[in-house]
Design a protein around this ligand. Structure first.
Ligand code: S3P
Length: 441
């Protein structure tokens, strides 16, 4: 276990004149899907700028156990597709590590593969809810056993063809939506999803890129489209160039807004509207932030620039939550330094992420002398507050470690981020970039 010490940021005479141009590692959601869809496709898929971090490594090693060949070619990765029904039964349990996306999307794929599989993960993943995935997949014909707490390990037996279902998504979870869409590919007929479909749409976009049609029908006055997928469609290999992860970029947007370290420009970053809630939020908080889309297929990508300014509080309402769900730990930090009362509601999903992120935010803010009011589904923070350096418990959660590293730069006195090695789950070079931007190399 390693701890990282962070000292408060101290501006030099020319820090405000600096113009930092950076890129962030590949988007985690798209990286998982590029490997999974490449393995399901007919043909050879080349993936550029794949995120090389623990979560995506988990997906890669599970796919290899299922018979996929995935190899490196320079800085690219090459996936030899196995075809829709080409996976082989794994001889050992599939280790999904810390990754909810790995276990949930694999369950969707394995529902349609006629063999037994066992999936497990680390202590954090072993506490995460899987009934939401098992329920629709069982209705489609897969046999799935969970623990009494409805958590992993998962024991399942797939079958092909599955039954198509009409299913109303009870939560706005892209992992759930994706699992059912992927199972739908192995069903005989049309699978239709309604309800909370408005989570991140990378599965829909990337399936299209691999030649699969997902029909989206929008009803007037309803933000949720219904999604339909016809079973039996096959994926054709397609090259994927993974853009930078906006959820990783978010830490630098927060840092750039909060501390006078000059202009930060982040190039080649994902700007998909189901993920850019953090940009609209920062704009509403009065941040000096601009962005520009430079290409759109298969995903919108562009450049973001941010500079220091005073921030004001904002109310985040339930419909906005899915577009900024992974950024909420950082948003709590922004709220602490913003003038007025920031409220977040409708974010109960934070309680079932890598850790209970609402508790983790509250515990660490209070350790720094901050005040926060916690709700079952969100929080209220009255700002601006002064924080003092403290020992921060990351709870082994990468986004808690990174959000509080940004907070530590604005605190009075030094902080220690405990178990900071967990940043390697999504952003192994996080502290190198933090040192570069703050001049503390
Ligand atoms: C993800 C979906 C989100 C997100 C996670 C990645 C994905 O989870 O928090 O980091 O790649 O589909 P939920 O589907 O549980 O909302």
């Amino acid at each position: 276990m390693s701890h990282t010490h962070i000292h408060p940021y101290s501006a030099t005479r020319n820090s405000l004149q600096q113009h930092h141009i950076i890129e962030v590692p590949g988007d985690k959601s798209i990286s998982h899907r590029a490997l999974l869809f490449g393995a399901l496709a007919n043909g050879v898929t080349r993936v550029s700028s794949l995120l090389e971090a623990q979560d995506v490594n988990s997906t890669r090693s599970c796919l290899i156990q299922l018979g996929a060949e995935i190899s490196r070619d320079g800085s690219d990765w090459i996936v030899q597709g196995r075809g829709a029904a080409g996976f082989k039964a794994p001889t050992d349990s599939l280790n999904c590590g810390n990754s909810g996306t790995t276990i949930r999307l694999l369950m969707g794929i394995l529902a349609g593969q006629p063999f037994e599989a066992h999936l497990h993960g680390d202590a954090s993943l072993s506490k995460r809810p899987m009934k939401r995935i098992a329920t629709p997949l069982r209705q489609m014909g897969a046999q799935i056993q969970l623990t009494d707490d409805q958590t992993p390990p998962v024991q399942m037996t797939g079958t092909r063809p599955l039954h198509p279902i009409h299913y109303s998504l009870p939560v706005a979870s892209a992992q759930l939506k994706s699992a059912v869409l992927l199972a739908g590919l192995a069903a005989e007929g049309m699978t239709q999803l309604t309800g909370h479909t408005h989570s991140r749409d990378h599965t829909e976009r990337l399936l299209k890129h691999f030649g699969v049609h997902v029909e989206a029908t929008v009803q007037r006055g309803n933000p949720n489209a219904s999604l339909s997928i016809q079973g039996g469609q096959t994926l054709s290999a397609a090259n994927v160039n993974v853009p930078g992860d906006i959820s990783s970029a978010a830490f630098w947007l927060g840092l750039g807004a909060l501390i006078p370290c000059g202009k930060i420009e982040i190039q080649n970053v994902l700007l998909n509207p189901t993920r850019t809630g953090i940009l609209s939020l920062l704009q509403k908080m009065g941040a000096r932030i601009q962005f520009e889309i430079t290409s759109t297929e298969p995903e919108p990508v562009g450049t973001i620039q941010v500079e220091h300014s005073d921030l004001r509080a904002i109310d985040i309402l339930p419909p906005e939550v899915p577009t900024l769900i992974d950024e909420l730990p950082l948003i709590a930090i922004l709220a602490t330094f913003a003038a007025g009362t920031t409220t977040v509601r409708g974010a109960e999903e934070l309680r079932v992420k890598e850790t209970d992120r609402l508790e983790a935010i509250a515990k660490n803010l209070r350790a720094m002398g901050g005040e926060i009011e916690l709700y079952p589904d969100g929080f209220a923070i009255h700002g601006p507050q002064t924080l003092r350096g403290a020992a921060i418990d990351s709870f082994g959660d990468h986004r808690i470690a990174m959000a509080f590293s940004v907070a530590a730069l604005k605190a009075q006195g030094s902080s220690e981020i405990r178990e900071s090695e967990c940043v390697a789950i999504s952003y192994p070079t996080f502290y190198e970039t933090l040192n570069e931007l703050t001049g503390s190399r």
